[in-house]
Design a protein around this ligand. Structure first.
Ligand code: FAD
Ligand code: NAI
Length: 464
Protein backbone atom coordinates (compact mmCIF):
# COMPACT_ATOMS: atom_id res chain seq x y z
CA UNK A 1 0.00 0.00 0.00
CA UNK A 2 1.42 3.37 -1.05
CA UNK A 3 0.73 6.56 0.86
CA UNK A 4 0.67 8.45 -2.44
CA UNK A 5 0.50 7.52 -6.13
CA UNK A 6 1.22 10.44 -8.48
CA UNK A 7 -0.10 10.11 -12.05
CA UNK A 8 2.01 12.14 -14.50
CA UNK A 9 5.71 13.03 -14.29
CA UNK A 10 5.68 16.69 -15.44
CA UNK A 11 6.85 19.48 -13.10
CA UNK A 12 3.61 19.14 -11.09
CA UNK A 13 3.92 15.38 -10.69
CA UNK A 14 7.62 14.74 -10.22
CA UNK A 15 8.14 17.64 -7.80
CA UNK A 16 5.11 16.52 -5.82
CA UNK A 17 6.50 12.98 -5.66
CA UNK A 18 9.86 14.29 -4.38
CA UNK A 19 8.21 16.40 -1.66
CA UNK A 20 6.00 13.44 -0.63
CA UNK A 21 9.09 11.22 -0.31
CA UNK A 22 10.98 13.91 1.63
CA UNK A 23 8.07 13.98 4.10
CA UNK A 24 8.36 10.23 4.65
CA UNK A 25 5.41 9.15 2.50
CA UNK A 26 5.75 5.92 0.51
CA UNK A 27 5.38 7.22 -3.03
CA UNK A 28 4.99 5.89 -6.59
CA UNK A 29 5.04 7.84 -9.85
CA UNK A 30 3.15 6.68 -12.95
CA UNK A 31 4.13 7.98 -16.41
CA UNK A 32 2.82 6.75 -19.73
CA UNK A 33 5.80 7.88 -21.81
CA UNK A 34 9.26 6.34 -21.73
CA UNK A 35 10.92 9.52 -20.44
CA UNK A 36 10.06 11.49 -17.32
CA UNK A 37 9.53 15.26 -17.13
CA UNK A 38 6.20 15.76 -18.93
CA UNK A 39 5.45 18.52 -21.41
CA UNK A 40 7.87 20.94 -19.77
CA UNK A 41 11.03 18.87 -20.15
CA UNK A 42 10.19 16.90 -23.31
CA UNK A 43 8.20 19.23 -25.58
CA UNK A 44 7.80 22.52 -23.71
CA UNK A 45 9.92 24.83 -21.57
CA UNK A 46 13.30 23.18 -22.01
CA UNK A 47 13.40 22.39 -25.76
CA UNK A 48 11.84 25.76 -26.64
CA UNK A 49 14.44 27.62 -24.57
CA UNK A 50 17.23 25.55 -26.16
CA UNK A 51 16.08 26.58 -29.64
CA UNK A 52 15.49 30.18 -28.53
CA UNK A 53 19.10 30.36 -27.32
CA UNK A 54 20.55 28.79 -30.49
CA UNK A 55 18.51 31.02 -32.79
CA UNK A 56 19.46 34.09 -30.75
CA UNK A 57 23.17 33.31 -31.22
CA UNK A 58 22.58 32.95 -34.96
CA UNK A 59 20.62 36.20 -35.13
CA UNK A 60 23.29 38.10 -33.23
CA UNK A 61 26.03 36.66 -35.45
CA UNK A 62 24.17 37.73 -38.59
CA UNK A 63 22.81 41.07 -37.34
CA UNK A 64 24.91 42.47 -34.47
CA UNK A 65 28.43 41.03 -34.49
CA UNK A 66 29.71 43.44 -37.17
CA UNK A 67 28.68 46.47 -35.08
CA UNK A 68 30.55 44.99 -32.11
CA UNK A 69 33.64 44.73 -34.34
CA UNK A 70 33.48 40.99 -34.83
CA UNK A 71 33.85 39.90 -38.40
CA UNK A 72 32.68 36.43 -39.27
CA UNK A 73 32.58 35.02 -42.76
CA UNK A 74 29.62 33.03 -44.04
CA UNK A 75 27.52 32.37 -40.95
CA UNK A 76 25.27 29.41 -41.70
CA UNK A 77 22.55 27.78 -39.61
CA UNK A 78 23.12 24.03 -39.22
CA UNK A 79 19.55 23.27 -38.24
CA UNK A 80 20.13 19.55 -37.85
CA UNK A 81 22.82 20.32 -35.22
CA UNK A 82 20.53 22.84 -33.48
CA UNK A 83 17.84 20.17 -33.15
CA UNK A 84 20.42 17.60 -32.03
CA UNK A 85 21.73 19.94 -29.31
CA UNK A 86 18.16 20.57 -28.21
CA UNK A 87 17.54 16.81 -28.06
CA UNK A 88 20.70 16.35 -25.98
CA UNK A 89 19.60 19.07 -23.52
CA UNK A 90 16.18 17.41 -23.22
CA UNK A 91 17.68 13.99 -22.74
CA UNK A 92 20.10 15.18 -20.00
CA UNK A 93 17.28 16.99 -18.20
CA UNK A 94 14.90 14.01 -18.32
CA UNK A 95 17.66 11.70 -17.09
CA UNK A 96 18.11 14.12 -14.19
CA UNK A 97 14.49 13.51 -13.14
CA UNK A 98 15.04 9.75 -13.24
CA UNK A 99 18.08 10.26 -10.99
CA UNK A 100 15.96 12.31 -8.55
CA UNK A 101 13.32 9.57 -8.42
CA UNK A 102 15.95 6.96 -7.58
CA UNK A 103 17.64 9.23 -5.03
CA UNK A 104 14.33 9.80 -3.24
CA UNK A 105 13.36 6.10 -3.46
CA UNK A 106 10.25 6.85 -5.51
CA UNK A 107 9.04 3.81 -7.45
CA UNK A 108 8.44 4.69 -11.10
CA UNK A 109 5.86 2.70 -13.10
CA UNK A 110 5.71 3.27 -16.86
CA UNK A 111 2.22 2.90 -18.35
CA UNK A 112 -1.12 4.69 -18.47
CA UNK A 113 -2.56 5.27 -15.02
CA UNK A 114 -6.31 4.90 -14.57
CA UNK A 115 -8.65 4.65 -11.61
CA UNK A 116 -10.28 1.36 -10.71
CA UNK A 117 -11.63 2.82 -7.47
CA UNK A 118 -10.63 5.59 -5.05
CA UNK A 119 -7.73 3.54 -3.62
CA UNK A 120 -6.67 1.48 -6.66
CA UNK A 121 -4.78 2.73 -9.72
CA UNK A 122 -4.23 0.44 -12.73
CA UNK A 123 -1.05 0.91 -14.77
CA UNK A 124 -1.45 -0.38 -18.33
CA UNK A 125 1.55 -0.86 -20.61
CA UNK A 126 2.73 -3.23 -23.35
CA UNK A 127 3.78 -5.55 -20.54
CA UNK A 128 0.22 -5.84 -19.22
CA UNK A 129 -1.75 -4.34 -16.34
CA UNK A 130 -0.62 -3.97 -12.75
CA UNK A 131 -2.54 -2.44 -9.89
CA UNK A 132 -1.28 -0.11 -7.20
CA UNK A 133 -3.07 0.22 -3.86
CA UNK A 134 -2.83 3.73 -2.43
CA UNK A 135 -4.17 5.90 0.38
CA UNK A 136 -3.97 9.08 -1.76
CA UNK A 137 -3.62 9.87 -5.47
CA UNK A 138 -2.40 13.06 -7.10
CA UNK A 139 -3.56 13.67 -10.69
CA UNK A 140 -0.83 15.58 -12.55
CA UNK A 141 -1.68 14.64 -16.13
CA UNK A 142 -1.09 18.11 -17.58
CA UNK A 143 -2.36 19.44 -20.89
CA UNK A 144 -2.24 19.00 -24.68
CA UNK A 145 -2.37 21.54 -27.53
CA UNK A 146 -5.85 22.88 -28.24
CA UNK A 147 -7.38 23.64 -31.64
CA UNK A 148 -10.74 24.75 -33.02
CA UNK A 149 -12.85 23.20 -35.82
CA UNK A 150 -11.27 23.80 -39.23
CA UNK A 151 -7.70 23.98 -37.88
CA UNK A 152 -7.11 20.35 -36.85
CA UNK A 153 -3.33 19.69 -36.87
CA UNK A 154 -2.21 16.85 -39.19
CA UNK A 155 1.24 17.07 -37.47
CA UNK A 156 2.96 17.20 -40.90
CA UNK A 157 2.33 20.67 -42.29
CA UNK A 158 -0.39 21.84 -39.90
CA UNK A 159 1.58 21.48 -36.71
CA UNK A 160 1.49 22.11 -32.95
CA UNK A 161 4.36 23.29 -30.76
CA UNK A 162 5.47 19.65 -30.36
CA UNK A 163 6.26 19.23 -34.08
CA UNK A 164 7.58 22.81 -34.35
CA UNK A 165 10.30 21.84 -31.85
CA UNK A 166 11.54 18.97 -34.05
CA UNK A 167 11.22 20.06 -37.70
CA UNK A 168 13.68 18.61 -40.20
CA UNK A 169 14.14 21.89 -42.10
CA UNK A 170 13.93 25.64 -41.57
CA UNK A 171 10.60 26.61 -43.13
CA UNK A 172 10.67 29.28 -45.83
CA UNK A 173 7.39 30.60 -44.56
CA UNK A 174 5.31 29.82 -41.45
CA UNK A 175 1.83 31.08 -40.61
CA UNK A 176 1.15 31.00 -36.88
CA UNK A 177 -2.43 30.97 -35.63
CA UNK A 178 -2.38 32.70 -32.23
CA UNK A 179 -0.19 35.56 -31.04
CA UNK A 180 0.13 34.10 -27.51
CA UNK A 181 3.16 32.80 -25.65
CA UNK A 182 3.91 29.84 -27.93
CA UNK A 183 3.28 31.82 -31.13
CA UNK A 184 5.71 34.54 -30.05
CA UNK A 185 8.46 32.27 -28.69
CA UNK A 186 8.48 29.82 -31.61
CA UNK A 187 7.76 32.63 -34.07
CA UNK A 188 10.93 34.32 -32.76
CA UNK A 189 12.96 31.12 -33.20
CA UNK A 190 12.03 30.76 -36.86
CA UNK A 191 12.08 34.48 -37.76
CA UNK A 192 15.66 34.64 -36.40
CA UNK A 193 16.61 31.68 -38.60
CA UNK A 194 15.26 33.45 -41.69
CA UNK A 195 11.72 32.07 -41.94
CA UNK A 196 9.08 34.54 -43.08
CA UNK A 197 6.69 34.47 -40.09
CA UNK A 198 3.11 35.73 -40.19
CA UNK A 199 1.05 35.72 -36.99
CA UNK A 200 -2.74 35.65 -37.31
CA UNK A 201 -4.43 36.72 -34.06
CA UNK A 202 -8.14 37.14 -33.47
CA UNK A 203 -7.76 39.81 -30.78
CA UNK A 204 -6.84 43.43 -31.61
CA UNK A 205 -3.47 43.22 -29.77
CA UNK A 206 -0.78 40.77 -28.67
CA UNK A 207 -0.98 39.24 -25.18
CA UNK A 208 -4.39 40.68 -24.39
CA UNK A 209 -4.40 39.49 -20.78
CA UNK A 210 -1.08 41.16 -19.89
CA UNK A 211 -0.54 44.82 -19.05
CA UNK A 212 -1.54 46.86 -22.12
CA UNK A 213 1.87 48.53 -22.54
CA UNK A 214 3.51 45.11 -23.01
CA UNK A 215 1.55 44.08 -26.12
CA UNK A 216 2.12 47.43 -27.83
CA UNK A 217 5.87 47.58 -27.16
CA UNK A 218 6.46 43.90 -27.99
CA UNK A 219 4.62 44.25 -31.31
CA UNK A 220 7.01 47.08 -32.27
CA UNK A 221 10.08 45.07 -31.22
CA UNK A 222 9.06 41.84 -32.96
CA UNK A 223 8.11 43.67 -36.16
CA UNK A 224 11.71 44.88 -36.30
CA UNK A 225 12.83 41.23 -35.95
CA UNK A 226 10.77 40.50 -39.08
CA UNK A 227 7.50 39.02 -37.73
CA UNK A 228 4.32 40.24 -39.43
CA UNK A 229 1.09 40.55 -37.42
CA UNK A 230 -2.52 40.33 -38.59
CA UNK A 231 -4.76 41.38 -35.68
CA UNK A 232 -8.56 41.07 -35.56
CA UNK A 233 -8.34 38.11 -37.97
CA UNK A 234 -10.61 35.09 -37.37
CA UNK A 235 -9.21 31.87 -38.82
CA UNK A 236 -11.92 29.84 -40.59
CA UNK A 237 -10.06 26.94 -42.18
CA UNK A 238 -6.59 25.49 -42.64
CA UNK A 239 -5.74 23.00 -45.41
CA UNK A 240 -2.65 20.99 -46.26
CA UNK A 241 -2.12 20.88 -50.02
CA UNK A 242 0.86 18.50 -49.85
CA UNK A 243 3.84 20.72 -49.28
CA UNK A 244 1.90 23.91 -48.70
CA UNK A 245 -0.71 25.05 -46.21
CA UNK A 246 -3.51 27.51 -46.89
CA UNK A 247 -5.08 29.46 -44.04
CA UNK A 248 -8.38 31.22 -44.66
CA UNK A 249 -9.25 34.02 -42.23
CA UNK A 250 -11.82 36.81 -42.02
CA UNK A 251 -10.57 40.31 -41.21
CA UNK A 252 -12.43 42.87 -39.07
CA UNK A 253 -14.63 43.91 -42.00
CA UNK A 254 -15.49 40.30 -42.84
CA UNK A 255 -13.27 40.16 -45.94
CA UNK A 256 -11.62 36.80 -46.68
CA UNK A 257 -7.81 36.86 -46.37
CA UNK A 258 -5.70 33.92 -47.57
CA UNK A 259 -2.31 33.06 -46.09
CA UNK A 260 -0.05 30.52 -47.78
CA UNK A 261 3.02 28.97 -46.19
CA UNK A 262 4.96 25.72 -46.10
CA UNK A 263 3.98 25.23 -42.41
CA UNK A 264 1.06 26.40 -40.28
CA UNK A 265 1.63 26.37 -36.51
CA UNK A 266 -1.59 26.17 -34.50
CA UNK A 267 -0.95 27.88 -31.13
CA UNK A 268 -4.37 28.84 -29.77
CA UNK A 269 -3.92 27.60 -26.20
CA UNK A 270 -3.75 24.25 -24.43
CA UNK A 271 -6.43 22.08 -22.85
CA UNK A 272 -6.42 19.97 -19.70
CA UNK A 273 -5.65 16.30 -20.39
CA UNK A 274 -7.64 13.57 -18.62
CA UNK A 275 -8.10 10.98 -21.40
CA UNK A 276 -7.80 7.41 -20.21
CA UNK A 277 -7.74 8.32 -16.50
CA UNK A 278 -11.10 6.74 -15.83
CA UNK A 279 -12.37 9.71 -13.81
CA UNK A 280 -15.93 8.37 -14.22
CA UNK A 281 -14.94 5.25 -12.25
CA UNK A 282 -14.46 7.39 -9.15
CA UNK A 283 -17.02 10.10 -9.97
CA UNK A 284 -14.54 12.97 -10.32
CA UNK A 285 -16.04 15.96 -12.08
CA UNK A 286 -14.48 18.21 -14.72
CA UNK A 287 -15.65 21.72 -15.63
CA UNK A 288 -16.72 23.08 -19.04
CA UNK A 289 -13.05 23.50 -20.02
CA UNK A 290 -12.28 19.87 -19.18
CA UNK A 291 -10.25 20.82 -16.08
CA UNK A 292 -10.45 18.64 -12.97
CA UNK A 293 -12.39 20.60 -10.37
CA UNK A 294 -10.59 21.15 -7.08
CA UNK A 295 -11.15 23.10 -3.86
CA UNK A 296 -8.66 25.50 -2.22
CA UNK A 297 -6.65 22.48 -1.00
CA UNK A 298 -6.43 21.12 -4.58
CA UNK A 299 -8.68 18.27 -3.46
CA UNK A 300 -11.21 16.83 -5.93
CA UNK A 301 -14.74 15.85 -4.92
CA UNK A 302 -13.21 12.49 -3.87
CA UNK A 303 -11.38 13.46 -0.65
CA UNK A 304 -8.24 11.28 -1.08
CA UNK A 305 -7.70 12.30 -4.74
CA UNK A 306 -5.96 15.62 -5.50
CA UNK A 307 -5.04 17.35 -8.77
CA UNK A 308 -2.28 19.87 -9.64
CA UNK A 309 -0.78 21.78 -12.57
CA UNK A 310 -2.16 22.28 -16.06
CA UNK A 311 -5.01 19.82 -15.46
CA UNK A 312 -6.64 22.24 -12.95
CA UNK A 313 -7.65 25.93 -13.13
CA UNK A 314 -5.10 28.75 -13.27
CA UNK A 315 -1.99 29.65 -15.24
CA UNK A 316 -0.49 26.83 -17.32
CA UNK A 317 3.05 27.30 -16.07
CA UNK A 318 5.68 24.85 -14.88
CA UNK A 319 6.47 26.78 -11.67
CA UNK A 320 2.75 27.04 -10.80
CA UNK A 321 2.48 23.24 -11.25
CA UNK A 322 5.52 22.75 -9.00
CA UNK A 323 4.13 24.99 -6.25
CA UNK A 324 0.86 23.06 -6.34
CA UNK A 325 2.73 19.74 -6.26
CA UNK A 326 4.59 20.79 -3.11
CA UNK A 327 1.38 22.20 -1.60
CA UNK A 328 -0.52 18.90 -1.95
CA UNK A 329 2.38 16.81 -0.62
CA UNK A 330 2.60 19.03 2.47
CA UNK A 331 -1.20 19.04 2.91
CA UNK A 332 -1.32 15.23 2.78
CA UNK A 333 1.52 15.13 5.35
CA UNK A 334 -0.60 17.25 7.70
CA UNK A 335 1.15 20.59 7.21
CA UNK A 336 -0.53 23.95 6.50
CA UNK A 337 0.98 25.08 3.16
CA UNK A 338 0.06 28.26 1.27
CA UNK A 339 0.31 29.49 -2.34
CA UNK A 340 0.03 33.17 -3.23
CA UNK A 341 -1.45 32.87 -6.74
CA UNK A 342 -1.20 36.65 -7.21
CA UNK A 343 2.59 36.38 -7.09
CA UNK A 344 3.21 33.70 -9.73
CA UNK A 345 5.45 35.47 -12.23
CA UNK A 346 4.91 35.03 -15.98
CA UNK A 347 7.79 35.19 -18.45
CA UNK A 348 7.90 35.17 -22.24
CA UNK A 349 11.30 34.31 -23.67
CA UNK A 350 11.36 36.63 -26.65
CA UNK A 351 14.35 38.99 -26.84
CA UNK A 352 14.14 41.23 -25.02
CA UNK A 353 12.22 39.12 -22.51
CA UNK A 354 8.78 39.92 -21.13
CA UNK A 355 8.00 39.40 -17.45
CA UNK A 356 5.18 40.28 -15.17
CA UNK A 357 3.94 39.76 -11.61
CA UNK A 358 0.87 41.00 -9.76
CA UNK A 359 -2.00 43.04 -11.14
CA UNK A 360 -2.05 44.89 -14.46
CA UNK A 361 -2.88 48.58 -14.70
CA UNK A 362 -6.10 47.67 -16.55
CA UNK A 363 -7.22 45.25 -13.80
CA UNK A 364 -6.50 47.77 -11.06
CA UNK A 365 -8.25 50.67 -12.80
CA UNK A 366 -11.27 48.44 -13.56
CA UNK A 367 -11.50 47.53 -9.86
CA UNK A 368 -11.56 51.23 -8.96
CA UNK A 369 -8.16 51.12 -7.20
CA UNK A 370 -6.29 54.41 -6.89
CA UNK A 371 -2.77 53.85 -8.15
CA UNK A 372 0.53 55.47 -9.03
CA UNK A 373 2.49 54.30 -12.05
CA UNK A 374 6.21 54.66 -12.69
CA UNK A 375 7.69 53.56 -16.00
CA UNK A 376 11.31 53.74 -17.06
CA UNK A 377 12.68 53.15 -20.59
CA UNK A 378 15.49 50.59 -20.88
CA UNK A 379 17.25 52.72 -23.50
CA UNK A 380 18.15 55.27 -20.78
CA UNK A 381 20.44 52.72 -19.05
CA UNK A 382 24.18 52.73 -19.59
CA UNK A 383 24.16 48.92 -19.37
CA UNK A 384 21.63 48.73 -22.19
CA UNK A 385 23.68 50.98 -24.47
CA UNK A 386 26.83 48.96 -23.74
CA UNK A 387 25.17 45.74 -24.91
CA UNK A 388 22.88 47.43 -27.49
CA UNK A 389 19.81 45.82 -25.91
CA UNK A 390 17.87 49.05 -25.64
CA UNK A 391 14.28 47.88 -26.22
CA UNK A 392 11.61 47.87 -23.54
CA UNK A 393 10.63 49.45 -20.22
CA UNK A 394 9.98 48.57 -16.60
CA UNK A 395 6.68 49.64 -15.08
CA UNK A 396 5.80 49.60 -11.39
CA UNK A 397 2.28 50.18 -10.15
CA UNK A 398 1.70 51.05 -6.50
CA UNK A 399 -1.23 51.88 -4.25
CA UNK A 400 -1.78 55.65 -4.13
CA UNK A 401 -2.42 55.72 -0.36
CA UNK A 402 -0.08 53.05 1.03
CA UNK A 403 2.58 52.98 -1.75
CA UNK A 404 2.46 49.13 -1.66
CA UNK A 405 3.65 47.63 -4.96
CA UNK A 406 0.69 45.97 -6.68
CA UNK A 407 2.09 45.01 -10.08
CA UNK A 408 5.37 45.02 -12.01
CA UNK A 409 5.51 44.58 -15.78
CA UNK A 410 8.59 44.68 -17.94
CA UNK A 411 10.16 44.14 -21.31
CA UNK A 412 13.91 44.10 -20.98
CA UNK A 413 17.02 42.08 -21.62
CA UNK A 414 17.19 39.59 -18.71
CA UNK A 415 13.64 40.38 -17.53
CA UNK A 416 13.13 36.67 -16.74
CA UNK A 417 15.58 37.08 -13.87
CA UNK A 418 14.84 40.72 -13.02
CA UNK A 419 11.20 39.95 -12.23
CA UNK A 420 12.23 38.10 -9.08
CA UNK A 421 13.27 41.35 -7.39
CA UNK A 422 9.65 42.44 -7.83
CA UNK A 423 8.24 39.09 -6.66
CA UNK A 424 10.38 39.12 -3.50
CA UNK A 425 9.47 42.75 -2.77
CA UNK A 426 5.77 42.03 -3.23
CA UNK A 427 5.90 38.87 -1.10
CA UNK A 428 7.17 41.09 1.72
CA UNK A 429 4.57 43.74 0.81
CA UNK A 430 7.24 46.33 0.03
CA UNK A 431 6.36 49.88 -0.95
CA UNK A 432 7.69 51.51 -4.12
CA UNK A 433 9.81 53.71 -1.84
CA UNK A 434 11.39 50.59 -0.26
CA UNK A 435 12.59 49.49 -3.72
CA UNK A 436 13.66 53.02 -4.70
CA UNK A 437 15.83 53.30 -1.56
CA UNK A 438 17.65 49.98 -2.16
CA UNK A 439 21.12 50.45 -3.67
CA UNK A 440 21.13 48.77 -7.10
CA UNK A 441 24.44 47.82 -8.76
CA UNK A 442 25.68 49.91 -11.69
CA UNK A 443 25.67 49.29 -14.57
CA UNK A 444 22.82 46.75 -14.60
CA UNK A 445 19.32 46.43 -16.00
CA UNK A 446 18.12 46.31 -12.39
CA UNK A 447 18.67 50.07 -12.19
CA UNK A 448 15.49 50.42 -14.26
CA UNK A 449 13.58 48.70 -11.41
CA UNK A 450 14.84 51.34 -8.98
CA UNK A 451 14.03 54.13 -11.43
CA UNK A 452 10.49 52.84 -12.09
CA UNK A 453 9.96 52.63 -8.31
CA UNK A 454 11.15 56.24 -7.97
CA UNK A 455 8.62 57.18 -10.63
CA UNK A 456 5.82 55.38 -8.79
CA UNK A 457 6.61 57.29 -5.57
CA UNK A 458 6.21 60.54 -7.48
CA UNK A 459 9.93 61.33 -7.30
CA UNK A 460 11.88 62.38 -10.36
CA UNK A 461 13.90 59.79 -12.27
CA UNK A 462 17.66 60.01 -11.70
CA UNK A 463 18.72 59.00 -15.22
CA UNK A 464 15.99 60.22 -17.56
P1 FAD B 1 2.78 18.05 -17.96
O1 FAD B 1 4.11 18.68 -17.92
O2 FAD B 1 1.92 18.20 -19.12
O3 FAD B 1 2.95 16.55 -17.51
C1 FAD B 1 1.89 15.64 -17.50
C2 FAD B 1 2.45 14.25 -17.63
O4 FAD B 1 1.41 13.32 -17.35
C3 FAD B 1 2.95 13.90 -19.03
O5 FAD B 1 4.24 13.35 -18.96
C4 FAD B 1 1.96 12.86 -19.54
O6 FAD B 1 2.54 11.90 -20.40
C5 FAD B 1 1.54 12.21 -18.24
N1 FAD B 1 0.24 11.57 -18.29
C6 FAD B 1 -0.93 12.06 -18.76
N2 FAD B 1 -1.94 11.18 -18.58
C7 FAD B 1 -1.38 10.09 -17.99
C8 FAD B 1 -1.89 8.86 -17.53
N3 FAD B 1 -3.20 8.57 -17.60
N4 FAD B 1 -1.03 7.96 -16.99
C9 FAD B 1 0.29 8.24 -16.89
N5 FAD B 1 0.82 9.39 -17.28
C10 FAD B 1 0.00 10.32 -17.81
N6 FAD B 1 5.90 26.88 -18.67
C11 FAD B 1 6.76 27.66 -18.00
O7 FAD B 1 6.57 27.90 -16.80
N7 FAD B 1 7.86 28.20 -18.62
C12 FAD B 1 8.11 27.98 -19.93
O8 FAD B 1 9.12 28.49 -20.45
C13 FAD B 1 7.21 27.17 -20.67
N8 FAD B 1 7.43 26.92 -21.97
C14 FAD B 1 6.57 26.11 -22.65
C15 FAD B 1 6.80 25.90 -24.00
C16 FAD B 1 5.95 25.09 -24.73
C17 FAD B 1 6.21 24.86 -26.20
C18 FAD B 1 4.85 24.47 -24.08
C19 FAD B 1 3.93 23.56 -24.85
C20 FAD B 1 4.60 24.69 -22.74
C21 FAD B 1 5.46 25.52 -22.01
N9 FAD B 1 5.25 25.80 -20.67
C22 FAD B 1 6.10 26.62 -19.98
C23 FAD B 1 4.10 25.23 -19.93
C24 FAD B 1 4.57 24.01 -19.11
O9 FAD B 1 5.15 23.06 -19.96
C25 FAD B 1 3.39 23.41 -18.37
O10 FAD B 1 2.73 24.40 -17.61
C26 FAD B 1 3.85 22.29 -17.43
O11 FAD B 1 4.52 21.29 -18.14
C27 FAD B 1 2.66 21.70 -16.68
O12 FAD B 1 3.13 20.70 -15.84
P2 FAD B 1 2.19 19.49 -15.39
O13 FAD B 1 3.02 18.66 -14.48
O14 FAD B 1 0.90 20.00 -14.92
O15 FAD B 1 1.86 18.66 -16.71
P1 NAI C 1 -2.03 31.42 -25.29
O1 NAI C 1 -3.28 31.35 -24.52
O2 NAI C 1 -0.84 32.08 -24.70
O3 NAI C 1 -2.29 32.19 -26.66
C1 NAI C 1 -3.25 31.77 -27.59
C2 NAI C 1 -3.52 32.94 -28.53
O4 NAI C 1 -4.32 32.46 -29.59
C3 NAI C 1 -4.30 34.08 -27.86
O5 NAI C 1 -3.66 35.30 -28.15
C4 NAI C 1 -5.67 33.98 -28.51
O6 NAI C 1 -6.31 35.24 -28.62
C5 NAI C 1 -5.31 33.41 -29.87
N1 NAI C 1 -6.41 32.70 -30.55
C6 NAI C 1 -7.31 31.85 -29.96
N2 NAI C 1 -8.15 31.39 -30.92
C7 NAI C 1 -7.76 31.94 -32.09
C8 NAI C 1 -8.23 31.84 -33.43
N3 NAI C 1 -9.29 31.08 -33.73
N4 NAI C 1 -7.60 32.53 -34.40
C9 NAI C 1 -6.53 33.32 -34.09
N5 NAI C 1 -6.05 33.45 -32.84
C10 NAI C 1 -6.65 32.76 -31.85
O7 NAI C 1 -1.72 29.92 -25.72
P2 NAI C 1 -0.42 29.26 -26.35
O8 NAI C 1 0.47 30.28 -26.94
O9 NAI C 1 -0.92 28.15 -27.20
O10 NAI C 1 0.29 28.66 -25.07
C11 NAI C 1 -0.39 27.67 -24.27
C12 NAI C 1 0.06 27.72 -22.84
O11 NAI C 1 1.39 27.27 -22.71
C13 NAI C 1 -0.01 29.12 -22.28
O12 NAI C 1 -1.12 29.16 -21.42
C14 NAI C 1 1.25 29.30 -21.52
O13 NAI C 1 0.96 29.45 -20.16
C15 NAI C 1 2.06 28.03 -21.73
N6 NAI C 1 3.37 28.42 -22.22
C16 NAI C 1 4.19 29.14 -21.38
C17 NAI C 1 5.40 29.61 -21.82
C18 NAI C 1 6.22 30.44 -20.90
O14 NAI C 1 5.93 30.47 -19.71
N7 NAI C 1 7.26 31.11 -21.37
C19 NAI C 1 5.90 29.32 -23.16
C20 NAI C 1 4.96 28.58 -23.97
C21 NAI C 1 3.75 28.14 -23.49
Amino acid sequence: MYDVVVIGSGPGGYVSAIRCAQLGLKTALVEKYATLGGTCLNVGCIPSKALLDSSEHFYNATHHFAEHGIEVKEVKANFRQMIQRKNDVVSQTCTGVKFLMDKNKIEVHHGTGSFIDATTVAVTSDEGVKTLQTKNTIIATGSKPNFFPGMEPDKKRIITSTEALSLSEIPKKMVIIGGGVIGLELGSVYARLGTEVEVVENLPTLLGTMDGMIGKELTKILKKEGLKFYFDHQVQKVSNLGNQTVVVALDKKGAEIIFEADYCLVAVGRKAYTNGLGLDKVGITTNARGQVEVNDHLQTNVPNIYAVGDVVRGAMLAHKAEEEGVFVAEWIAGQKPHINYNLIPGVIYTWPEVASVGKTEEELRASGAEINVGSFPIKALGRARASMDTGGFIKIISDKKTDEVLGVHMISARAADLIMEAAVAMEYRASAEDIARICHPHPTYSEAVKEAALGATGNRYLHS
